[in-house]
Write a protein that binds this ligand. Sequence first.
Ligand code: HEM
Length: 449
Amino acid sequence: MTRLPGPPLWRQGLIGLRMRRDPLGELIELHRRHGPVFATGAGPLKFVWLIGPDAHRELFVGVDRFAWRDVTKPVVVVDGETALVVSDGEDHERRRRIVQPAFNIRRIDRHVPLMVEEARRTFARWVPDGEVNIYEDLRRCIRRIVIRALFGDRLSTRADELGDRLQPALDFVDRPLPQVKIDLPGTPWHRARAARRRTDELVFAEIDARRKSGVDADADDVLGWLLDASDPEGEGGQLSDQEVRDQVVSLIAAGYETTSAAVGWTIWAALANGGVWDRLREEVGDGPVDAERLRGLTYLDGVVSESLRLWPPGAVAGRKLLEPIDAAGYGIPAGAIALYSPFVTQRLPEVWPDPLSFRPERWDKNDPRYVEPVHLSYVPFGAGPRRCLGFAFALTEIKVLLAEAVRTVDLELLTTEEPRRQSIASMRPRGGVRVRVRGVREPAARATT
Ligand code: HEM
C-alpha cells in the first residue's frame, strides 16, 4: 500500500493533544495540509480520514464492506448488544427492516401534535423579561418528545422520570474515551450501571404489560410497532424482548442529544443572523403548525438545512473496512478505521460557495442564489443503507420547535458571539444558548400532563 498522506510520526503526539482540545479545528487544518485523505494516530488508534464528496464515494455504498460495531461499541453500555447502531451483517439488516417502518413519514406525521404540545408546554413557562437557556429548556422538551413518541400515552406522565433514570448512563457514554469502568459507589461507571438497571426495570415492565394486554401495531407509538412487527423478508421473525429493549433505549440515546444540539444551533443562528427570525415568523404565520403546513415552509426548511450544514451534531462518524476501498484515488486497506466528518466536508469552499456564511436561501430552488449541492457533500445524517434511521423524525421535530418558537416568543441573544463547540458525536453549543424573553406573543397552552 502507498503510504497515506498525514503528519509524520514525530508530530503525532502534538496532533493528538490538539485533537483533544479542538478536534474539528484540527481536522480542518489537517485537511488543508494533506488533502481529502489522510491518516492520523498509530496502532489501534490509527484513523483514516475521508473528507469531501470524492473521498466519500465508496464509503456509503454496500453494507457488507464495513463493520460499524468496532467504532460504535462504546455505546453498548447504554444501548445494549443488539441495538441497530452496534449491529452488523445479517443481524443489522433484519433489525433495520423491522424497525425502519416505525419511522416512515406517515407515522412521523402522527407525532407532530405531541411535538407541538410539548413545545407549547415549554414556552408556557417563559415570562417576558425572563432569561432562559433555550438549549437546556428545549433539550428537556426533546427528551419528552422522543420518549412519548416511543412509548405513547401510557408512559407520558412518566417521561421525565424515565429520562432522569437514563441520563447518568447517557452522560457516561458522552465522556471522552477511553471509558474508565471502575465500579465503586460515586464513580461515573457505577452511576451508569445503576441508571441502566433502573431504566431497564421500567422498560421491561412496559414491554411485559403491553404483551399481556395485547399489542397494537397500529398504535401511534414506536414500541407498539416494535412488539408486533415481523421481518418482511424473513419467516415472520419478530424482535425478542431484549431486542425491543435495546432498540427503544438506543433510539432515545441516538435521537435526543443530537436533535437537542441541532435545535440549539438553529435557534442561535436564527437569532444571530439579522432578519432570519422575522422572515421565519412571516412564513410560519398564525396558528400552530401541522404536518401538512410544515411541508410547505421552504424558508424554514432552508434555515434548518443550513444550520445542519454548518453545525452537524454528528460531526464525525465512521466504520471499519472489511475490504479495501478506493477514496479519491488512494487505496484504503481492509482493517482500517475510516472516519468522515460532515462538519469539515460541509464547510469546503470548493463545494460550498461562501461556505462560512449562514445563507438559508442557498437551499431554495426558486432563489437565484440556489446551487444544487454536489452529491455526497451534504451528509449530516450519513448516506446509503446505514443512513440515520431517525433523520425524518429529527427534521420534523427541529422544524416544529423552531416554528412554534418564532410564532410565540420574541427573543434576544444575551451574547451574539458564536458558542464554542462541545463533543463531536453530538456536537452542541458549549454552555447552551442564553436568551432574554422580550415578549410572549400568544399565551402558550398550559401543561396538560
Ligand atoms: C439532528 C439529529 C440527528 C443527527 C445529526 C443524526 C446523525 C446520525 C449519523 C451521522 C448517523 C451515522 C450514520 C453512519 O454510520 O454513517 C446516525 C445513525 C443513526 N441514527 Fe441518527 N441523527 C439524528 C437524530 C436521530 C433520531 C431522532 C433518531 C431516532 C429516534 C436517530 C437514530 C439513529 C439510528 C438508529 C442510527 C443507526 C442506523 C444504523 O446503523 O442502521 N437519529 N445518525
